[in-house]
Design a protein around this ligand. Structure first.
Ligand code: FES
Length: 623
C-alpha cells in the first residue's frame, strides 16, 4: 500500500503541473490578439497583374524543354509572368515539393536568388523595418517546423523582429513570423505537450501522460477504498461528528444492578463515551487495544475484533466480554461494567514546558479550577489529543539542542484525534502541580509520522489547556502506605520511563521518610540524556539508604574521558548486582520497571531466571 501511495503522490505532482500548464496556456490563448498570434502584423496581400498571354511562349514548348514536370502553372512574381513546373508534388506546399521556375517570355529557367528573394519579401511587407539579412537554408527551421523545402529567410529590423520565408524553388511566400508568433508557438508546444515539436496531437508525450493519469486515478481509487475500509469515510468522520448518532445504552454494574441509561455517541468508542459520563475504565494503552484492561461485558453477538481476540480468552469472548476501546454504541443495547477506576475528567493548563534532555521535556500542568488531584505515586493520566496539524521539529527548540535534531526530517502533517497515556513524575502531596516527562518521538523513517501525542503535547503553548482523564493508579509501590517496610526497592528505568520511578522514589524518601534500601538503575545513551541527574545525586547524598546507578549505553569518545560511571545496559549491571549485593535479600526485594519494551522484557526474563516471584515485579508498560 505504501508503494501505491507513493506512486499516487508523484503522479499527482505530474498531473497537477500539467493542469497548471493547461490552465495558463489556455488563459493565454483566450487573451491573445489573433492578428499578433498569426505573425502577420506587417504582411500585405500581394496582387499580381494578369499576364498578356499573347506575349508568352507556348506551355507545350516549355514542357518539351523541361522534362519530367507533372504540372505547369502560369504565375506572376514581381509583376513578371513565369511558368511554374512541378516535378514532385506533395499534398501540402510545405511538404517536400520540387519546382522549376521558367521565365514565361524567354522560356529560360529562373533561379530565385538573393535579390529576387529580398524583392519578394519587401513586396509582402508593410512594416517600418529594413532587411538586415537574407539566408537560404534547408530544414529544420526554428519557427517553421513543418516546412520540408529549401527557403529564403529574410529578416527585418522592426520592433517585433519580423521574418519572411520564401520557397527558394517557386518563390512562394511561405510565411511571415515574428516575436509574438514565436511566443504563441511556445504556448502551443506546452499546451499540446509537443516537446519533440512534431506538430501533432497524437504525440508520445500525450499518450504517456494519458497512461499516467489513468494510473493516478486508479491508485487514488485504491487509496480511497483503503481509507473507506479503515472507517475514514463515515458520515461522522466527514462531518466532524455532526451526523453521529447518540444512542441510549443501558448500563449495569458488575453486580447486575442497573445504573440507568447513558447517551453514547456512535462517533466514539465506548471507552471514550463512558469517560464523558465520568466513568473511567482502566487502560494502560490509551485505547490502542493492546493492554486488555478496558474489559466490559456485552453479548456474545457483538462482533469480535482482532484486539478482542488477542486480549481476551476464548471463554471470556464466549461469555460476551469485549474491549470497550474497540466498539461503539451502534453495536449494542446494553453493557456491564466489569472494572471502574476512580479517575475523572480534568481540564489541565500548561504552566511550564522545558527541555531536560535533547528529546525529553518536563511539562507541568495545573488543574483548571485549582482542584488538587489525589493519586498514588506512579499514576498516569490519559490525554485527549485533538485533531490538529503537527510538526516533527519542536517549535521552541533551544539553539543549544539544535545539533541533536539535525538528522530529524522536518515534516508538517495532519493527524486525527487520539488519546495517549503519560505517567506523572511527581507523587501526590509534593505539589499541586502535575509533572510529566515526555519524550518527543521522532519519526523512525521518512515514511512515518513522528509521535502524534508527544509532538502535540510538547508543542503546546504555555497557558493552553488540554483535556485529560485520570489519575489511573495501575503502577504503585507494593504496600505503598507502609513506610516501615524493610523490603529493598530496586527500580530499573530508561528514557522517559523515568517519570513513575522518580515519583515512587520521592514518595518513599521525601513523603514517607522510608529507611528501606532503594536502588535506582537508570539507563541513557549519553550524559545529555541523564535527566534529573543532579536531583538523584542530591538524594543519594542526603539519604544513605538510596543509591543511584546511572548507566550509559552510547558514550561518545569525548565523554569517555569525563564519565567514570557504569557503561552498557542497565539490565547487565542489575544482573551483576543480583548475584552479589542483592543475593541475600532477593526473596524480599521488590522490582519496579519502566522503559523501552526491549529493556523491560529482558529485565523481566532476568528476574524470572533468578527465581524472583512475579508478585514482586511491577512494571509500567508505556510502549
Ligand atoms: S484501553 Fe487498552 S485494550 Fe482497551
Amino acid at each position: 500500500m505504501l508503494l501505491i501511495k507513493k506512486i499516487h503522490k508523484w503522479l499527482s505532482l505530474l498531473v497537477g503541473l500539467q493542469l497548471l500548464i493547461w490552465l495558463g496556456t489556455g488563459l493565454y490563448f483566450n487573451a491573445m490578439d489573433p492578428l499578433a498570434a498569426s505573425g502577420n502584423q506587417y504582411r500585405v496581400s500581394v496582387t499580381e497583374p494578369k499576364a498578356e498571354l499573347s506575349k508568352l511562349i507556348e506551355p507545350k514548348q516549355v514542357l518539351q524543354d523541361f522534362k519530367g514536370a507533372v504540372s505547369l502553372t502560369q504565375i506572376s512574381l514581381l509583376a513578371k509572368p513565369y511558368y511554374l513546373l512541378t516535378q514532385k508534388k506533395a499534398l501540402y506546399p510545405y511538404f517536400d515539393n520540387d519546382y522549376t521556375l521558367v521565365d514565361a517570355v524567354t522560356g529560360k529557367q529562373t533561379v530565385v536568388d538573393e535579390t529576387m528573394a529580398k524583392s519578394l519579401a519587401s513586396a509582402s511587407y508593410k512594416g517600418p523595418g529594413e532587411i538586415v539579412s537574407a539566408v537560404k537554408q534547408g530544414p529544420p527551421f526554428d519557427d517553421r517546423l513543418k516546412e520540408k523545402n529549401i527557403l529564403w529567410r529574410i529578416d527585418f529590423d522592426d520592433e517585433i523582429n519580423t521574418r519572411v520565408y520564401l520557397d527558394a524553388g517557386s518563390g512562394r511566400l511561405a510565411a511571415h513570423t515574428n516575436d509574438d508568433r514565436r511566443i504563441v508557438d511556445i504556448a502551443f508546444m506546452l499546451h499540446f505537450m509537443d516537446y519533440a515539436e512534431e506538430r501533432s496531437f497524437n504525440n508520445v508525450q500525450i499518450i504517456v501522460f494519458a497512461v499516467f493519469t489513468l494510473f493516478f486515478a486508479f491508485t487514488g481509487l485504491i487509496w480511497t477504498v483503503e481509507l473507506g475500509f479503515n472507517g475514514k469515510y463515515t458520515l461522522a468522520s466527514l462531518f466532524g461528528g455532526r451526523f453521529a448518532k447518540a444512542k441510549k445504552i443501558k448500563i449495569y454494574d458488575k453486580h447486575a444492578k442497573s445504573l440507568g441509561k447513558l447517551a453514547m455517541s456512535s462517533h466514539e468508542n465506548l471507552l471514550d463515551s463512558l469517560i464523558n459520563h465520568d466513568i473511567a475504565l482502566p487502560s494502560t494503552c490509551g485505547g490502542g487495544g493492546t493492554c486488555g484492561r478496558c474489559k466490559i461485558k456485552v453479548t456474545s453477538k457483538v462482533k469480535m475484533t482482532s484486539a478482542d481476540k488477542s486480549q481476551l480468552t476464548e471463554q471470556e469472548l464466549e461469555q460476551g466480554y469485549r474491549l470497550a476501546c474497540q466498539h461503539n454504541s451502534d453495536e449494542l443495547e446494553q453493557l456491564t461494567l466489569v472494572d471502574v477506576t476512580k479517575a475523572a475528567s480534568h481540564k489541565l493548563q500548561l504552566i511550564s514546558s522545558e527541555f531536560i534532555s535533547p528529546y525529553i521535556k518536563e511539562l507541568r500542568f495545573k488543574s483548571v479550577g485549582g482542584e488538587r488531584l489525589k493519586f498514588k505515586a506512579g499514576a498516569f493520566m490519559r490525554f485527549f489529543i485533538p485533531a490538529a496539524q503537527g510538526s516533527s521539529i519542536p517549535v521552541d527548540l533551544p539553539a543549544a539542542l539544535q545539533h541533536h535534531w539535525q538528522e530529524v526530517l522536518r515534516m508538517d502533517y495532519e493527524h486525527l484525534a487520539c488519546s495517549r497515556n503519560y505517567s506523572l513524575a511527581n507523587g501526590d502531596g509534593q505539589t499541586d502541580e502535575l509533572v510529566f516527562t515526555v519524550k518527543i518521538q521522532t519519526p523512525p523513517h521518512a515514511k512515518f509520522k513522528p509521535g502524534i501525542g508527544s509532538s502535540y503535547i510538547c508543542n503546546l503553548a504555555l497557558g493552553k489547556t488540554i483535556e485529560a482523564v485520570g489519575p489511573f493508579e495501575e503502577f504503585f509501590a507494593m504496600g505503598s502506605d507502609n513506610k516501615d517496610s524493610t523490603s529493598p526497592m530496586v527500580l530499573i528505568g530508561a528514557g522517559s520511563g523515568m517519570a513513575p520511578l522518580k515519583a515512587l522514589i520521592e514518595e518513599q524518601l521525601i513523603k514517607l521518610n522510608s529507611l528501606r534500601p532503594i536502588h535506582f538503575y537508570f539507563g541513557a545513551r549519553t550524559q545529555a540524556d541523564l535527566i534529573y541527574r543532579d536531583t538523584f545525586k542530591q538524594l543519594a547524598a542526603t539519604f544513605p539508604n538510596f543509591s543511584y546507578i546511572p548507566v550509559l549505553s552510547r558514550t561518545t569518545s569525548a565523554e569517555d574521558n569525563t564519565w567514570d560511571g557504569a557503561k552498557g545496559y542497565v539490565q547487565d549491571h542489575l544482573a551483576r548486582d543480583l548475584d552479589t549485593e542483592f543475593e541475600s535479600s532477593l526473596d524480599k526485594a521488590e522490582f519496579y520497571l519502566c522503559g523501552p519494551s526491549a529493556m523491560m522484557s529482558s529485565t523481566i526474563e532476568l528476574l524470572k531466571s533468578k527465581q524472583v516471584d512475579e508478585s514482586h515485579i511491577a512494571f509500567d508498560d508505556f510502549a
